[in-house]
Design a protein around this ligand. Sequence first.
Ligand SMILES: Cc1cc2nc3c(=O)[nH]c(=O)nc-3n(C[C@H](O)[C@H](O)[C@H](O)COP(=O)(O)OP(=O)(O)OC[C@H]3O[C@@H](n4cnc5c(N)ncnc54)[C@H](O)[C@@H]3O)c2cc1C
Length: 420
Amino acid sequence: MDRRHFFKTGGMALAGFGLAGCGPKKVIQTAPTRQAVPAFAPRPAIDLTPPRITWDRVIRTTIGLRPHRDSGFVLKGMKFDDKTVIHDYGFGGAGMSLAWGCGAMAADMALEQGDRRAAVLGCGSPGLTAARQLQRRGFAVTIYTLAVPPYTTSNMSSAGFTPTAGLVSAEQRTPAWDAQFRQAAEISYRQLQLLAGAPGYGVYWIDNYNATDDPTLPVGGGPDGDLVPEHLRTGRDREVLGPGEHPFPTKYAIRTQALAIEPSIYLDALVRDFLLFGGKIVIRKFDTPRDLMSLNEPVIINCTGLGSKTLFNDDELVPIRGQLTVCIPQPEVHYRASGRLLNSTINASINPRSDGLVIGNMQERGNWSLEPNEEVRQQNVSAAIAFFAAMRAPTGGVRLTRSAPVRATPSLESFYGEES
Ligand SMILES: Cc1cc2nc3c(=O)[nH]c(=O)nc-3n(C[C@H](O)[C@H](O)[C@H](O)COP(=O)(O)OP(=O)(O)OC[C@H]3O[C@@H](n4cnc5c(N)ncnc54)[C@H](O)[C@@H]3O)c2cc1C
């Protein structure tokens, strides 16, 4: 059964709260904390190479289904006959961001078993990181999975460090879940920082520009389920570039640091590491928990994402559909940017990767289709063409050279509210 068929037969009734982020999107939504605008002294303008976005440079449009649960991810162990199953799934738009942490916590739960053989179900970001965390603790691990990279949802990700994106509803959280979230986010943030210093993982820091006419808007405007109280919020260090100081067709541009992951490089690197440490991958589909009884391993970590809806009857799981359109890569564009022209209702965005210049996004709840939405594709590409064509051309080929001194280390909370 192919992946598309698998998800279509998942028995999901369409949840009717619609196209939350589909189509027109604001650059920045709710404002958790407004920040003071610094006084502007005249500074030399920043030069950035504008992205070349045209329809004939579009090479693909991808769809991915974020595995969302209103009450957040599931991280807990339970018994099925003589097997211990540890659930580790349901990460919404944060599965690239939180996986190392939840994987570590799942592996610690597995340590409570005497046996050091473990099975992992699923080979996306949660499955691979859980498998690596088990190996680091001395387990012999086999991954059993229907699909491997590049055919997982994780491969369809944007994928930035967005630990709260599409993750949880504020009303459904519990103190116990909050504590798990916090621990997972801290472990993951540290692990991704370390991978950003290692070659070959496709993890790196990159400048991010929010082009806007309102320089007081905070970084990260999406819903974060109020995961940190207002008084504990620390803003990520933002540099507000004033009129004339940046090349975007808006009054201001807010520059921050983003932590980025290239899914195809990253997931392949995780597969390579897993195999190097003696792991095995078996292609296999599981239909009911009874199928798990045939495995030799006494402990099983379930990282099947949306697959848990049918496999473990988790009715709370719902897809939040995302769509990315990709242009031919342009290596000289090494910054992320988003913004909107005055007369436009559509946000334009670029996310440069070595496998292409990624444009736009979408969050559509309850839709299981893996067919691209042509209307959204047209809107996103047209908005990007118009916005980035209006960027000021670089003068004399000068590249970005100026960076103000860092005022504050980017705290974990400063990434809350980032959309994915
Ligand atoms: C457009 C888009 C943008 C995103 N941007 C970000 C971002 O910026 N930052 C971020 O952190 N996250 C982002 N995400 C979310 C992230 O991609 C997901 O949270 C993550 O990939 C979920 O992984 P998963 O393990 O649930 O799914 P998958 O990666 O698909 O892994 C599930 C695995 O389980 C296997 N499986 C399922 N059912 C069965 C079964 N019955 N038997 C055997 N195997 C099974 C599958 O074959 C697969 O290998 C984005 C997602 C999308 C779609």
